[in-house]
Write a protein that binds this ligand. Structure first.
Ligand code: URA
Length: 269
């Protein structure tokens, strides 16, 4: 897979869009990573390179924000009476408020035991999860399974899900609106599973859950708290995402120490 951010220069006629697209396809691009085009404006002053190279924030971006607000309301509304993970999966599959769904092959809701006392939250399905329709089944999932088994856990005694039920194209970082629109689905899963402990895999998971904006290296390994819609306090620990550990194996020692703290907490509960 090869991805490219497409820059369209409207002010010069040396290429047209069709030619540019043909050039990208010939170069091996087979995936786009966003649905908002970056336009170089025709009206910008020729002598201002700084302005000229900035993506244009057009009024369509503002509409996206307003649409996201409506989509959040709609996601909250459709979740209201859902009481099982199977029913949640059905309503999320039919939800039309997030454009990620249109590029994904499958809607990926959580995997594992919906009555577990421990829940793991990742970021979003990757290519394998999108193809198979199950959370954490690719290389990251295999590492996660090994990490779980090292402290006596497996998919029969824990629940594993993601902040987003759809794969962002090219595994790009999800936008704030995509996260906001999908948050009701994550919160509903927490309400249904009703865990005592949540382990957040990576910065997106912990920052979304706790509404923080902090680096994972600052947050990892500490006991934090999440208050559910019913007022229950759930113990939360964040740790490195398996994808990061695959890229940076030297950090596995810290991941191991986080998992040992998690194991201790599970034994106390
Ligand atoms: N990465 C995630 O965050 N979730 C998955 O399901 C797979 C990879």
């Amino acid at each position: 897979m090869f991805i490219c951010v497409m820059f369209v220069n409207m002010s010069e006629n040396s290429f047209n869009v069709k030619e540019i697209l043909e050039f990208y396809i010939m170069s091996g691009v087979d995936e786009t990573c966003g649905d908002v085009a970056f336009l170089q404006h025709t009206e910008v002053k020729k002598d201002s390179d700084e302005i000229k190279n900035k993506p244009v924030i057009s009024s369509s971006n503002i509409h996206i924000a307003l649409d996201a607000k409506k989509a959040v309301e709609s996601a909250n509304a459709i979740c209201e009476n859902v009481i099982t993970i199977e029913d949640l999966k059905k309503i999320v599959e039919n939800f039309e408020g997030c454009s990620l769904k249109s590029t994904a092959l499958n809607t990926v809701i959580g995997d594992g035991n919906p009555s577990a006392k421990i829940m793991f939250i990742g970021e979003a399905p990757g290519a394998d999860e999108d193809r198979i329709g199950r959370a954490f089944v690719g290389r990251c999932g295999q590492l996660l399974d090994k990490m779980l088994s090292s402290i006596g856990l497996n998919r029969d005694n824990c629940y594993i899900c993601n902040v987003l039920p759809w794969r962002p194209p090219g595994n790009r970082t999800p936008s704030d609106s995509e996260i906001a629109v999908c948050l009701p689905f994550l919160k509903k899963q927490i309400e249904i599973v009703d865990p005592d402990i949540i382990f957040a895999l990576g910065a997106v998971a912990v920052n979304t859950l706790l509404d923080y904006a902090e680096s994972i290296s600052k947050l990892r390994g500490k006991w934090l708290e999440y208050k559910t819609s019913k007022g229950k306090i759930v113990h939360v620990m964040a740790g490195y995402h398996p994808a990061y550990l695959l890229r940076t194996p030297a950090q596995k020692a810290k991941a191991w120490s986080d998992f040992l703290r998690l194991k201790k907490k599970l034994e106390e509960n």
